[in-house]
Design a protein around this ligand. Sequence first.
Ligand SMILES: NCc1[nH]cc(CCC(=O)O)c1CC(=O)O
Length: 303
Amino acid sequence: MKKTIRIGTRDSELALWQANTVKSKLENLGYTTQLVPVKSEGDLVLDKPLYEMGITGIFTKTLDVAMITGTVDIAVHSMKDVPTQLPNGIVQTAVLERASSEDILVTKSKVYFESPCTIATGSLRRQAQWLHRYPNHKVVDLRGNVNTRLQKLKDNDWQGAIFAKAGLQRINLLPADFIDLNWMLPAPAQGAMVVVALEEDEFCKEATSKLNDYNSEICTYMEREFLRTLEGGCTAPIGAFAEIIDDEIYFKGCLFSIDGKTKIDIEKKVLTSQYKGFGKECAKFILQNGGSELMISIKNEMK
Ligand SMILES: NCc1[nH]cc(CCC(=O)O)c1CC(=O)O
């Protein structure tokens, strides 16, 4: 039987680029595919049975529902937007080879970091790390897809805005004027794309698993295990990055207070063959060293 694999994607330019990448990789392997762009509705209201399946992520919800109700077969996501707990019946089938994981500052002219600056980002993680490093700066909120955010930077008198390098590179919008923030820890799984499918769909699981890059899979596994152990279902300023060098994985993870004043971090390595459980172990270290108290105060602040 020859089945057309219907690839669900959000309809932003970045999401379409990512889904098209998966589409051409599958077609190169001889599969027939079809792109199904789905309008993403952050506020999609779920009826009770769907809610009970554990559908949570604001970016991924619409596609989870499309897969469960049979409108699409697989979905492609920026892995950092995917909740660490997938809904019941949906499984991760491939992590594509990871692109740049770094955050960058897009600027408009030379920035004098020692003077008070205004920097835009909608991410708690970026805000906290920025204020930790530059306590005399101001951080303002910035939301929307990548294109909208670049436009808002042009329209406002901010000195810069923070982006994931991979997102801008993918849609050819990386400007000449940017600064690598190599001191900032990225979001867990930043720069990686993930494919998900229904657990029961053996055909799509087998087809898409051919796109998996093992090193990217285990690094993102570790970062997300760290996140899952720390967060307990709440968003917090958490960064993590794992990298394989020879036969070892080098892991860095951090938890900040929202104002950036408190920082708890860890840097540790492990043999690649022992990667399972290591992200959790690193998170436990953070929790035992002030992280538990910090997570409680972040939860109270976010109410
Ligand atoms: N939060 C939105 C989002 N989700 C994935 C990316 C970029 C691609 C990636 O990190 O994989 C972005 C844009 C950004 O953070 O600037």
